[in-house]
Design a protein around this ligand. Structure first.
Ligand SMILES: [Zn+2]
Length: 75
């Protein structure tokens, strides 16, 4: 359930991808708050879903990249 409570979005204050908690959803608009600085962003729900999908794809790519290359250099 926790995954439904946070969405990755670009915080205008942190200037990075941060988990945001969903505050209010009204039709196609949602208010989300940054879990780091509490800055509230008002975004379209569709944009949020697109961003979330992009982020998950990016994350999957990074993880598969780690799998292929290994991180043995760190030892
Ligand atoms: Zn922030």
């Amino acid at each position: 359930m926790e995954i439904d409570l946070s969405r990755i979005y670009t915080c205008p204050y942190c200037r990075m991808e941060t988990p945001h908690y969903l505050l209010v959803r009204r039709e196609e608009r949602v208010a989300i708050t940054c879990s780091r600085c509490q800055t509230i962003s008002l975004v379209k729900a569709a944009d949020l879903e697109v961003h979330q999908a992009w982020w998950e794809a990016e994350l999957a790519e990074i993880l598969s990249g780690l799998d292929e290359n290994g991180i043995d250099d760190e030892h």
